[in-house]
Design a protein around this ligand. Sequence first.
Ligand code: HEC
Length: 120
Amino acid sequence: MRSDRIITTAAMAVVLAMGCQPAAGAQRSVQLGRQVAEDVCSACHVVSDDQVEPPILNPPAPSFPLIASRKGLTERSIRAFVLDHRRKVRTGDMPDPMITDAQGIDVSRYLMSLRKKAPN
Ligand code: HEC
């Protein structure tokens, strides 16, 4: 009886740990992504509704809330766009933001987190 209870408790702890870890990790990733967005992307994009300084780029690139509301957007598509360093840079194209792969993943997750709050 007693050992049953211990096993049940241990099993529940494992299930809880499995359920909570990825969620906590993803939340942290979104936070890091917001930091990347504020540090790197905000020079050209409005990256949140409460951005204090306007972008230096004039006119600015599409805002993150607008990008987040685009149809068919996925974390993968953002990541591909942002991390594809082989893109040819023509006038008006976004230059290589020179971030790491991990930062690219984080900032893609941050952008996707804005999508949930977007009206459509
Ligand atoms: C030096 C200016 C500049 C910086 C810095 C910059 N961007 Fe951009 N970005 C642009 C411009 C200009 C465009 C629009 C032209 C294009 O699509 O290439 C754009 C377009 C985009 C798009 C596609 C938007 C669409 O229309 O769907 C995404 C996604 C994006 N940027 C994400 C980022 C992220 C994430 C960062 C930071 C890691 C970043 N950008 C940093 C200038 C910049």
